[in-house]
Design a protein around this ligand. Structure first.
Ligand code: GMZ
Ligand code: MG
Ligand code: ZN
Length: 178
């Protein structure tokens, strides 16, 4: 079966900001994250992304800018010999009542349907409680990294069974070496 790993974006792949990531210039990879995605990809993993982007609804940046950030991500990973799979984002605001904004699992379902794999047990790596709750809602494996908002999230009431790693590089090492 396909080896699928789903990642949150801000705070897992790139630095996050309470002021949102509003431009390609503000989209800065966390240390080791690009290499981790490339190594996973080269080890046969399909790496997809599920990211809340309420900054679109808030008017902080547009879809073209968001797409440019993801093009940058794909270029950087390709330079390391890897590739990025499906990127799904929720452009809505907290009050829009959509089905895709985490902690709802809508984006995870879209990714699973795209790759025709069940979500049960699939690792979803995030830095926010909503990421972990989205995973739990569809019986995926919640995985917390301590980057981004992760250390603050770790102090909260985490879903039972949440795995905790320092960063994405540590998650990649675990998956590749075990
Ligand atoms: O971590 P992912 O899902 O990739 O993206 C998170 C971002 O969309 C932004 O989400 C916002 O939350 P609100 O959407 O305003 O509740 C804030 O937490 C920002 O700091 C953060 O940059
Ligand atoms: Mg995040
Ligand atoms: Zn949405």
């Amino acid at each position: 079966m396909l080896k699928l790993l789903i990642l949150d974006r801000d705070g897992v792949i790139n630095y996050d900001s309470d002021a949102y990531i509003k431009s390609v210039a503000e989209w800065i990879p966390l240390p080791g994250s690009i290499e981790a995605i490339a190594q996973l990809s080269k080890a046969g993993w399909t790496v997809a992304i599920a990211t809340n982007q309420s900054g679109i609804a808030r008017g902080y940046y547009d879809i073209a800018t968001l797409d440019a950030m993801h093009a940058r991500l794909r270029t950087l990973v390709a330079e390391q010999g890897g590739e990025v799979g499906l990127v799904v984002y929720c452009p809505h605001g907290p009050d829009d009542g959509c089905d895709c904004r985490k902690p709802k699992p809508g984006m995870l379902k879209i990714i699973a349907e795209h790759y025709k794999v069940p979500l049960a047990g699939i690792w979803f790596v995030g830095d926010s409680l909503g990421d972990l709750e989205a995973a739990k809602a569809v019986d995926s494996q919640p995985v917390l990294v301590k980057t981004g908002k992760g250390e603050k999230t770790q102090a909260k009431n985490l879903p039972v069974g949440t795995l905790i790693f320092d960063d994405l590089a540590a998650v990649a090492a675990e998956l590749i070496n075990n």
